[in-house]
Ligand binder design. Structure first.
Ligand code: DGT
Ligand code: CA
Ligand code: CA
Ligand code: ZN
Length: 602
């Protein structure tokens, strides 16, 4: 069953563009228009188009052939003509016109996190800098501070940005990879019919790692060639890297690589364990097996220096559970398989009883149309939460102090209270066990004061305090700023504590250890923001927070009903942090949960 995968030559009559390449061209058009100081609406149209194209699951060539380009969101007549030109001729004259005006190096500079289009334009036109290398040199030599409004600090930030750029990888956030992988598996099941006996997601995706390098699928089939043929011809597939009977690899239209392996039923347990990883977990597991006289691989165990059995004796495991049990271990959930002490714990029967999605009883951070970034009304959000089986939903719109989103001032909070009271009265009258909690997501201002006065905060059920502005303060300032908020007796929850965006924005300079200790001391709950683009706290921090004695809240921070679907990512992150249900306040019924918040004494 060990046939080598054969490389499939790429078909290249005319260079075929991938969706990602087309998207990149439109993104580049937007960048160039921005450097040239063009109309913002036009720029946004190209950016939106690029995003749509980047996320498509079907090939653009097929969509074009079907004549349905214009049905795609954000693609009007003008842009669909440009896509057609690109697909048919391999180039786009509009793109070439712009490229003649803006040097390529100027666009490269914009990939540095600290350099936006306006800065890039000034660096280029006022200092003649047209590339990242030249930019680095100019920053080191102190030449950038000559520009009006720029100083030594800007130079430091640019140098740090260039470092970050060098570290950036092509890993995909799980929020992107997971829905696509699930769709792909469903499509493969349809396409292979009864040739496919069993299929599972393995690798980092099964472990719910926050970013995914590639997707690993494992299957059982009595007709593997048919499954591989179906796999390589799925609509999602842009390029076949290898097609064999035991292993195939493809690249999807959005650039994600997917590996599929077919194994025999008796090897399933060991194979699923092996391909779930992590590599570090596998290494530790193999060492444990060796101590017991077995060598472990993806097929099973083979006796080696076993006290009683001749070398070469084999053991196979149709399920993972049997393999772990054979090695004297409790079953280790995939989220824990990172070689962070799980094997010792499983051996001592001391694995945590991990939190599950069904433990969650309500939501403590959510938005409505009362603040301008919310997409649904309070009753719509409440009903969506209820439909998901929740017993409470906290409406925590943004406070004032957050210029862009037009947050709530004191008066608005009082008016909002009336709407919520009326809605809750209706639930009571109808005998429905559901409660809307009245809260706020209050901005922690740059000086550590809050976006609303204490008298207002004291009236609310739930106060989430978080930072959306002045995120680049130095470590001392931003840590003090958070500590001041945490010490406020009305602040119940510290929202997305580090401010990072997965793969996009590094955490603030906050001294998290100090802030978590203060949360434990003051009884401030710490949020695990479930949005797959935040996951903040992350797995490691969540584990540390619980170790320090903090309580957690797992929160969707939903801005729309669909926003409530991200809960699974937050729960998975908590599971990766070894978190048990009793450490999470929103696993409790509403009264019990409220009693755990800070200012219940009033
Ligand atoms: P990724 O794809 O970078 O997000 O992370 P993984 O964990 O999915 O890694 P991947 O796709 O390279 O391999 C899938 C699993 O296969 C990995 O978690 C463990 C196993 N594996 C792959 N290569 C090795 C290896 O050289 N040694 C061991 N022990 N296991 C390996
Ligand atoms: Ca992988
Ligand atoms: Ca892989
Ligand atoms: Zn929020």
């Amino acid at each position: 069953m060990d046939s080598e995968p054969t490389a499939v030559p790429k078909t290249t009559h005319r260079p075929r563009l991938t969706n990602r390449e087309v998207a990149a061209i439109f993104e580049e058009i937007a960048d160039m228009l921005e450097v040239l100081g063009e109309n913002p609406y036009k720029i946004r149209a190209y950016r939106n188009a690029a995003r749509t194209l980047q996320d498509l699951h079907a090939s653009l060539y097929e969509i074009h052939r079907a004549g349905t380009l214009e049905e795609l969101p954000g693609i009007g007549e003008a842009i669909s003509k440009k896509i057609a030109e690109l697909l048919e001729t391999g180039h786009l004259s509009y793109h070439q016109e712009l490229a003649a005006q803006v040097p390529k190096g100027v666009l490269e500079m914009m990939r540095v996190p600290e350099v936006g289009p306006k800065t890039a334009r000034r660096l280029w036109q006022e200092l003649g800098i047209t590339g990242v290398e030249a930019l680095e040199q100019a920053a080191r030599e102190g030449r950038i501070r000559r520009l009006k409004g720029f100083g030594p600090k800007t130079e430091e930030k640019i140098l740090r940005g260039i470092q970050l750029l060098a570290q950036q990888t092509t890993r995909m956030p799980i929020g992107h990879a997971r829905p696509l992988a699930l769709e792909l598996v469903a499509a493969l099941e349809r396409a292979s019919g009864d040739a496919l006996a069993r299929i599972a997601i393995a690798g980092s995706l099964r472990r719910w790692k926050e970013t995914i390098g590639d997707v690993d699928l494992l299957a059982i089939s009595h007709r593997p060639a048919a499954v591989m043929e179906a796999f390589c011809h799925l609509d999602y597939v842009d390029e076949v890297l290898a097609q064999g009977t035991t292993k195939s690899s493809v690249v999807l239209h959005n650039g994600l690589q997917v590996d599929l392996r077919v194994v025999e039923p008796r090897h399933w347990g060991a194979a699923l364990c092996y391909f779930t990883g992590s590599k570090a977990h596998n290494v530790a597991l193999r060492e444990l097996a060796l101590e017991q006289g077995w060598s472990l691989n993806e097929y099973g165990l083979t006796a080696r220096n076993h006290p009683e059995l001749p070398d070469g004796t084999q053991r196979f495991f149709p399920e993972e559970e049997a393999l772990y049990a054979f090695l004297g271990l409790d079953f280790i959930p995939p989220e824990l398989r990172e070689a962070r002490g799980e094997i010792q714990a499983a051996r001592a029967h001391r694995l945590p009883r991990l939190i599950q999605e069904t433990d969650i009883q309500g939501e403590l951070h959510g938005h409505s149309t009362w603040s301008s970034d919310g997409k649904a009304s309070i009753p719509e959000m409440a009903e969506a939460a209820r439909a998901r089986g929740h017993r409470y939903w906290a409406c925590t719109d943004h406070s004032a102090g957050l210029g862009i989103t037009g947050g709530l001032d004191g008066d608005a909070v009082l008016r909002q209270a009336q709407e919520i009271q009326a809605l809750n009265r209706r639930y009571r009258e109808q005998g429905i066990d559901f409660r809307i909690l009245h809260g706020i997501e209050v901005e922690i201002l740059a000086d550590g004061s809050l976006g609303l006065p204490d008298e207002i905060l004291a009236r609310l059920d739930v106060v989430v305090a978080s930072i959306h502005t002045a995120q680049r303060q130095d470590p001392e300032t931003i840590t003090e700023r958070c500590l001041q908020a945490v010490r406020n007796p009305h602040v119940d929850i510290l929202g997305h504590p580090t401010g990072r965006l997965v793969g996009q924005r590094p955490p603030t300079a906050i001294d998290l250890e100090r802030v978590l200790k203060a949360c434990a001391e003051t009884g401030t709950v710490v949020e695990v923001n479930a949005s797959p683009y935040r996951l903040d706290l992350n797995d490691i921090h969540a584990r540390r927070a619980v170790e320090l004695g903090c309580m957690l809240a797992i929160s969707c921070d939903a801005h729309s009903p669909e926003g409530l679907d991200v809960l699974e990512y937050g729960v998975a992150t908590a599971r990766r942090g070894w978190v048990e249900p009793q450490q999470v306040v929103n696993t409790r019924p509403v009264e019990e949960m409220l009693a755990l918040l800070k200012d219940r004494s009033r």
